[in-house]
Design a protein around this ligand. Structure first.
Ligand code: ZN
Length: 239
């Protein structure tokens, strides 16, 4: 049994119709107005920013997207290969779990858009419920338990990563025998450094990404072909 870790980024979800929002060249970074909607300070300070942020959540394709061939290949590998698989993801779309990877094996560095969290009492509830309240006429739904400001359970710009999730991801990177970085430009820290940590600890680093990354020189293998076909083939080879 081999310990296989996969670090996934925006590139794995583009075949599901989800564009790169938060990467260095992502949509949000290129549109300062949109970036404010997902930046913690403005979000907390301005009810108008929150109103527009909820509408943006309602209108993005993220919540209705379906897993694609790459997500499904990872889930099938987890179920049937006999190897230990862990997924560390920079994505907030929940598509690894939607494809069938158990929740406990997925470490979401930037949180998830499938839940909302209260910024005061930290209670969590489904995003679908918040969007129903939006549709019912609450433009900025407040926490039902304490009246606090609700936000998506994502790590917004200006927020720190959850240290527990990051610690777990570090442990996975150190323990991995094979570390696949898929659809990530490896330019956002500390997520990117996980590839270096894995390689330092003896993992065979494989990078599957259309563009060069700063970690290509450390990799045992670099794959430039489209993820939807290259990743299923690669996982088949690792069985
Ligand atoms: Zn609350």
């Amino acid at each position: 049994m081999t310990m296989v870790a996969i670090l996934s980024g925006a590139g794995i979800s583009t075949d599901s119709g989800i564009p790169d929002y938060r990467g260095p060249n992502g949509l949000w970074r290129r549109d300062p107005e949109a970036e404010r909607l997902v930046t913690y300070g403005p979000y907390m300070a301005d009810p108008e920013v929150r109103r527009r942020s909820w509408l943006m959540r309602r209108d993005t394709p993220v919540l209705t997207a379906e897993p694609n061939a790459a997500h499904r290949a990872i889930a099938a590998f987890e179920r049937t290969s006999g190897h230990a698989l862990r997924v560390i993801t920079q994505n907030v779309d929940g598509l690894h779990q939607a494809a069938g990877v158990p929740d406990r094996k997925v470490f979401e560095l930037h949180g998830t858009v499938r839940s909302v969290v209260c910024t005061a009492c930290h209670a969590r509830s489904p995003m679908a419920e918040a969007l129903e309240r939006l549709e019912a006429g609450e433009p900025d739904p407040a926490c039902r338990a304490c009246g606090g400001i609700l936000k998506p359970a994502t790590v917004m710009f200006g927020q720190r990563l959850d240290p527990v999730v990051l610690g777990d991801a570090m442990s996975v990177a150190k323990a991995a025998e094979v570390f696949l970085a898929v659809g990530t430009s490896l330019q956002v820290q500390p997520a990117a450094s996980l590839a270096g940590i894995a390689a330092e600890h003896g993992a065979r680093l494989i990078i599957v990404n259309a563009e060069p990354t700063p970690y290509d020189a450390l990799a045992a293998e670099v794959v430039r072909e489209p993820i939807g076909t290259a990743l299923p083939a690669l996982l088949e080879r690792l069985r």
